[in-house]
Unconditional design. Sequence first.
Length: 436
Amino acid sequence: MTSIHGALKTHFGFDRFRSQQQEDAVKAIVKGDQDVFVCMPTGAGKSLCYQLPALLASGITLVISPLIALIQDQVEQLRSRNIPACSINSKLPPRERGLILADLQCESPRLKLLYVTPEMLSSASFQPCLSGLSSRGLVSYLAVDEAHCVSQWGHDFRPDYLKLGELRGLLSGVPCLALTATAPARVREDICRALRLRSPLSFSTPVFRSNLHYDIIYRELVPDQYGHLHTFIVKALGGSSGCGIIYCRTRHSCEEVAHQLTLLGVLAKPYHAGLKAADRTDAQNDWMQGKVPVIVATISFGMGVDKANVRFVVHWNLAKSLASYYQESGRAGRDGLPSLCRVYYSVQDQNQIRFLIQKEVARTQEKRGSEKEHDKVAMVDFEAMVAFCEQEGCRHATISKYFGDQKPNCAGACDFCRDPKAVRAQLEAANRLSTT
Ligand code: ADP
Ligand code: MG
Ligand code: ZN
């Protein structure tokens, strides 16, 4: 396999693969006898899984991606590495388009990667080019990036992605690879069905992270909420130089929680869209540099924040779905050290969020003037989050199952596995509270 590693170094300048999954996926794709499904978190290096095989194949790899902006980004990156890549899209000046089409019509085209949006793919003007390539056997792979766009259950459903199934009929014998970030099991199933993947080889980053310890606390059962939170933080940080994130739903609770914690002696800063941009940047920088150990934020915080020593992530309010919860709580423990993920669950909070989701759905339906199957998605996703909090069962197992992974060996890394009786007692106390 030296040629694969050689190509990784010469074309991309990387000494090694990012992960075992990335390496295994590349090797399977290079082998080329089966469809492949790649499921890894954002930033894990999914693009390389088709870019590298594209360079080792004799023909052209057709890459489907949902947005022209994403495509342009990738094409520029590839060109800066001297890799012949381009995209055909509606914004392309006619002259450039002519040059590309001429290359594609010649006997052995220079191009290795051709990026198109699904809209372009199904447009009449592109059809002759595509069937020309296909009939001459010049398509090496069909790579469908952001493949969750085929699913009604995904959050970026794109009807044009559904036409990709037909395309596979046209490109018979061309292996297909579907790539997506960690997705719920039903989205994975939709992808395989819609793209007609035939018993695909699957390469996924395991969902289970054994260093994360999950637990749920019923907020309404706690007499002194801030004191409880404070005790938790002191334990989670344990005198280390680590830090933590507390997610709240409203700006007001960000302010309040940060204020109360600071009074109790833990330095905490709020972060939300209501702050002046400069204050927000300050809060983020102070936290990044370790000057302030705790940031109390709305979910707008954390996109692209990659800090290794996050020792805890608290949800003071419920996340809007189990998928979001997994992503948000997963910002803990990137360094692999033990870290705590806690939800302060509240029935009142739950009812409020459910009400907001219903209102939002009703508003879109009113605007549209009709109901759609898709309208149920937000509520179903939220109910999965609620069930996660209210269940008697392993939290890790529930998360893994939700994403279609096998049952993990939790080994005491959640409240239920460590002390099932305590979890039951808490549930019973909460039930008594709600019926009195
Ligand atoms: P994803 O699509 O999974 O979100 P990308 O394909 O955009 O991730 O890759 C994220 C970054 O990781 C890119 O800058 C890419 O160059 C880099 N990368 C990919 N594979 C490797 C590797 N083996 N070694 C180092 N960096 C890599
Ligand atoms: Mg990507
Ligand atoms: Zn468990």
